[in-house]
Write a protein that binds this ligand. Structure first.
Ligand code: HDD
Length: 697
């Protein structure tokens, strides 16, 4: 639609109206509003002569273009932001005065930006990496930014090491690569010399680091924060976002292929879900605890490399997050949004976690560099949605400027003298008792680096453990220096001997290196099922995507039945065909395609249905991309349905009759489509992995 294709980009400077030509078309103007007569040719002397400096339209256009880019974020450069709301489903007024939690049903608008960490802005979505999960709550008492990740712990304990861990993971400075990956010497060198990172390493090498999409991952505030109630009483809190669609990841071999097939896989997924009318939702859970628990807990609650298992402090669900609106303009919103951990509102407070304390400096500082001046709160996506009044003024690009002569306080202008501080409503810093020598130290209470790493590992299913071992082996195989590989294996021995042995074998180490002496001997912790993705399987195909491979003559009843069954389940069926124009079904009906087969490999789908006509199957059996479609789906443990007559394609794709398992389902009965979609609720048939991967345990 014309309205959607072009909206006036300069509202506020000319409003939504245009200078119009006689036919009603908006007239192009310069940024000064001067109508433009020719936007194809610069002003020249004669037809073939030199261009003239006088051409102000040309100069303005090129000048503006030259300055389109702002510095990308030093980390989390590649991100995708959307709007939504947070709704309280439980009142927390007894523990916090924070506005979003005061009453059931209160809705607070939010802007959420998901991101990868290491890659540059133009890198791919399926990097093996931590994902950022940053939420800006526009509360009635100011903006609260909960700047979290999809992993509840971090690599380092003290913010002073942040530049080091980030330098080590990003491109090596001499060569400018590798891009968006941790599989290189610098990263593993730093990590293997930083034992406090071992717990995080387990998470980052797990499938959590290759999520199926943003919609299927958890989020965590990571640090211990404080809730503070009206009486000034503080309760410690940890924040958890839980996706209502469940957790899901892809396999590494799949991730590698998705990056080629669709480097925007995650952002497209979120865009499609929201604009397709299925806004994703998360629950907000809180773990609340007091000083007595903090004292008794095995680890320091200020140590960001530790979780508090939910078996010890249950997660209380207090609200839901709904993301239901994509941005109007990527640059204006996603690129310019400025999250700052220092943005807290009355009722939310910091703890002494040294990583959090350091972050509270870094975020404000980085926005100045990125956005060019101190007035980034004037940019709509960053502006609070509640009234503001202060005496900060001027600076680059000041957009909201007070009128009147008073710009200081105290002043004697009485009621015309502007805003005044308000102890009763103002932000109360929690008056914690602090004392001690000034020292550069790491607390002894932060010294256990392996116990929770081990707990995470033993909490995983065998499949997930294998993936961790495979990921470590892959990453370390990319390290050129043998001593770095060995040092990592020496750490792993403190986590799990089986894992250390598997990785040593995968790397071809002749001898298992001695375990590195731990700063503090690890303790045995019980497994926690909540840490596994597979143990919390979704049992529903809702929100997933079925790839339907069809040819001319495909059985109309079957195809329509599959599409309907997927829709009933809340899933999407996407048609993949030899030509983008689509196919003519057995009943003569036309079925448009969403993808031409080489543009729609099966890695883009959660399950596939192979529904060619028998002749079509014979032809597809000769086609490399069609064979890949099927063989990849099988290798990635996906559920595969096939129409009668599709067997030749399956066979040529390497699925012999003896390979058929309960995940390869013949569409041969009246309820076959429905039964297949139900089976897809498992999402993966993990036992198959042992058949397709030689190293399988
Ligand atoms: Fe950070 C961005 C999350 C530690 C310094 N961080 C950034 C973003 C997320 C996180 C999600 C992207 C925000 C957006 O979408 O715009 N960072 C974390 C988490 C951490 C963490 C969960 C540990 C628990 N970060 C951390 C430390 C420092 C920083 C210790 C510095 C001392 N982070 C930054 C930054 C960034 C940033 C340089 C880059 C761009 C930005 O802030 O706006 O200031």
């Amino acid at each position: 639609m014309a309205d959607d294709a072009y909206k006036n980009r300069n509202p506020g400077r000319g409003g939504e109206t245009h200078q119009v030509a006689s036919g009603g078309t908006p007239v192009m103007t310069t940024e000064q509003g001067i109508p433009v007569a020719d936007d194809q040719n610069t002003l020249k002397v004669g037809e073939r002569g030199p261009s003239l400096l006088e051409d102000f339209h040309f100069r303005e256009k090129i000048f503006h273009f030259d300055h389109e880019r702002i510095p990308e974020r030093v980390v989390h450069a590649r991100g995708f932001g959307v709007h939504g709301f947070f709704e309280a489903t439980e009142s927390l007024s007894e523990v916090t005065r924070a506005d979003p939690f005061q009453e059931v049903g209160r809705r607070t608008p939010v802007f959420v930006r998901f991101s990868t960490v290491a890659g540059n802005k133009g890198s791919f979505d399926l990097a093996r990496d931590v994902r950022g999960f940053a939420v800006k709550f526009y509360t009635q008492e100011g903006n609260w930014d909960l700047v979290g990740n999809n992993i509840p712990v971090f690599f380092i304990q003290d913010a002073i090491k942040f530049p080091d861990v980030i330098h080590s993971v990003k491109q090596q400075p001499d060569r400018g690569f590798p891009q968006a990956q941790s599989a290189h010497d610098n990263f593993w060198d730093f990590i293997s010399l930083t034992p406090e990172s071992m717990h995080m390493v387990m998470w980052v090498m797990s499938d959590r680091a290759i999520p199926r999409s943003f919609r299927f991952m958890e989020g965590f505030g990571v640090h211990t924060f404080r809730f503070i109630n009206l009486a000034g009483v503080s309760t410690f809190v940890k924040f958890h976002w839980r996706p209502k669609l469940g957790l899901q990841s892809v396999m590494w071999n799949e991730a590698v292929k998705i990056n080629g097939a669709d480097p925007d896989f995650h952002r497209r997924d979120l865009w499609d879900a929201i604009n397709g009318g299925s806004p994703p939702e998360w629950e907000l859970g809180v773990q609340l605890f007091d000083d007595a628990f903090a004292e008794a807990f095995e680890f320091d609650v200020l140590d960001p490399t530790k979780i508090i298992p939910e078996e010890q402090i249950p997660i209380r669900i207090v609200g839901r997050l709904v993301l239901d609106r994509t941005v109007d303009n990527f640059f204006a919103e996603t690129e310019q949004v400025a999250f700052c951990t220092q943005n807290v509102v009355p009722g939310i407070g910091f703890s002494n976690d040294p990583l959090l304390q350091g972050r509270n400096f870094s975020y404000l500082d980085t926005q100045l560099k990125r956005l060019g001046g101190p007035n980034f709160t004037h940019i709509p996506v960053n502006a609070p949605r509640c009234p503001m009044a202060h005496f900060q003024q001027d600076g680059h690009m000041a957009m909201k400027n007070p009128v009147g002569r008073v710009n200081y306080e105290p002043n004697s202008w009485g009621e015309h003298g502007g805003p005044r501080e308000c102890p009763e409503r103002g932000y109360p810093h929690f008056p914690s008792q602090e004392a001690g020598e000034k020292r550069q130290v790491r607390s002894e209470s932060f010294a256990d680096h392996y116990s929770q790493a081990r707990q995470f590992f033993i909490s995983q299913t065998a499949v997930e453990q294998k993936h961790i071992g495979d990921a470590l082996t892959f990453e370390l195989s990319k390290c050129e220096r043998a001593d770095i590989r060995e040092r990592m294996v020496a750490h792993l021995r403190n986590i799990d001997e089986g894992l250390a042995t598997a990785v040593a074998k995968g790397l071809g180490l002749a001898v298992l290196p001695d375990a590195l002496p731990p700063a503090r001997a690890p303790i045995d912790l019980p497994p926690s099922d909540a840490l596994s993705i597979v143990k919390r399987g979704p049992n529903s195909f809702k929100g997933r995507k079925l790839g339907l491979l069809v040819t001319d003559g495909a059985d109309a009843g079957l195809v329509r039945g599959l599409i309907a069954a997927a829709e009933v389940e809340g899933a999407v069926a996407e048609v993949v065909a030899p030509h983008i124009a689509g196919v003519t079904l057995s009943n003569g009906g036309l079925l448009p395609a969403k993808q031409k087969i080489d543009g729609g490999p099966s890695v883009l789908y959660d399950a596939v249905a192979v529904v060619p006509s028998p002749e079509g199957a014979q032809r597809l059996a000769m086609d490399k991309t069609a064979k890949d479609f099927v063989s990849d789906a099988y290798a990635h443990c996906k559920f595969i349905a096939y129409a009668p007559g599709a067997e030749p394609l399956l066979e040529r794709a390497g699925i012999a009759a003896t390979d058929l398992d309960e995940g390869v389902i013949a569409l041969d009965g009246p309820d076959a489509a429905k039964a297949f979609i139900e089976a897809c609720g498992q999402v993966r048939l993990w036992p198959r992995e042992a058949k397709v991967d030689l190293d399988a345990v």
